[in-house]
Design a protein around this ligand. Structure first.
Ligand code: 2NE
Length: 275
């Protein structure tokens, strides 16, 4: 596949090809743990993919293998820069800016597919969870570590996990902090499929290409609908935003705007009150 670099960053790689963006966390020496700068860069790249009308699918992955031969999707927050109130960058300000990234991935009207090879652990596990789909390599390992390392994600990391794998399994995952292999993750519905590690990207591209053959508006409305079921008023806002988008695209919606601009009363009489 002919990946083109879309923008150069320090902690991530950002590439595009026909209809597909690929965002790769590039800190393999830390098992792709994120620091605040990593998250700012990821946020910037995901925003770019959201704004690019040629992009329908984002593949989200971690660089690997590292020089020791091990793979990681992401091992969560970089504990070496964790300060007294969050993860700290050069400004000295403590942050948990990964929560902004979670909301962006969840709400952007494009399909985000996590490609997980090796560890998806801690906040890195929540990042794959938040993606629309997860394709795992046969060497993938999943788990939360929060209660072991003095942290937890009680947002999507708990509530959405419980929606995905059920309350009992979600509590087990968080309370025991065990690691689960790809087959176990598949059996609990945490991921979509498992492939040999050398086929991971090709499988992701195949899924992306199948999605890209579909109707963009149907896909975006479905994503918003799945989110609306769990996300309260924020979910309704997303779903309703699509209704407004579609209404703007009708003659009826356009008549209201035209009438205002032409300083005349709107005439909606030709539009039916459908049953
Ligand atoms: C991921 C895991 C299980 C891998 O184990 P292994 O044995 O394959 O590798 P190793 O030797 O532990 O790690 C390799 C290098 O990466 C660093 C390590 O310190 C080590 O560095 P060196 O000793 O070679 O210099 N590294 C790995 N993960 C790191 C991390 N998260 N931060 C900083 N350095 C890291 C094993 O490495 C592991 O258990 N990692 C920690 C996982 C973890 O607890 N993550 C944080 C969870 S909390 C969180 O992410 C979070 C949240 O709970 C709520 C909101 C936001 C974030």
């Amino acid at each position: 596949i002919n990946w083109q670099t879309a923008k150069t960053y320090e902690d991530i790689l950002y590439q595009k090809t026909d209809g597909i963006a690929k965002i790769t966390i590039n800190r393999p020496h830390k098992r792709n743990a994120f620091r605040p700068e990593t998250v700012f860069e990821l946020y910037d790249a995901f925003c770019n993919a959201r704004e690019d009308t040629t992009i329908g699918v984002v593949l989200f992955t971690g660089y690997g293998p590292h020089t020791d031969g091990k793979y990681a999707f992401c091992s969560g927050g970089d504990q070496s820069v964790r300060g007294h109130a969050g993860y700290v960058d050069d400004t000295g300000i403590p942050r948990l800016n990964v929560l902004d990234l979670q909301r962006l991935i969840r709400s952007m009207p494009k399909v985000v597919i996590a490609l997980v090879a090796g560890y998806a652990i801690g906040g890195g596990h929540v990042l794959h969870l938040i993606c629309d789909l997860t394709i795992a390599a046969d060497n993938a390992i999943f788990g939360q570590t929060g209660p072991k390392v003095g942290s937890f994600d009680g947002g999507f990391g708990a509530s959405y996990l419980a929606r995905v794998v059920g309350q009992k399994k979600a509590r087990e995952i968080w309370f025991l902090c065990r690691q689960y292999d790809a087959q176990q993750a598949l059996e609990m519905g945490l991921i979509n499929c498992v492939v040999p590690v050398e086929q991971l990207e090709a499988e992701g591209i195949q899924w992306a290409q199948e999605i890209l053959e579909k109707s963009p508006i149907a896909i975006r409305c479905l994503k918003a609908a799945f989110n609306a079921d769990c996300d309260g008023q924020a979910g309704l806002q997303e779903l309703a935003g699509n209704a407004t988008l579609l209404y703007y695209m009708t003659e009826e919606g356009s008549e209201g705007k035209q009438a205002f601009l032409e300083k005349r009363p709107p005439d909606f009489r030709s539009f039916p009150w459908l049953p």
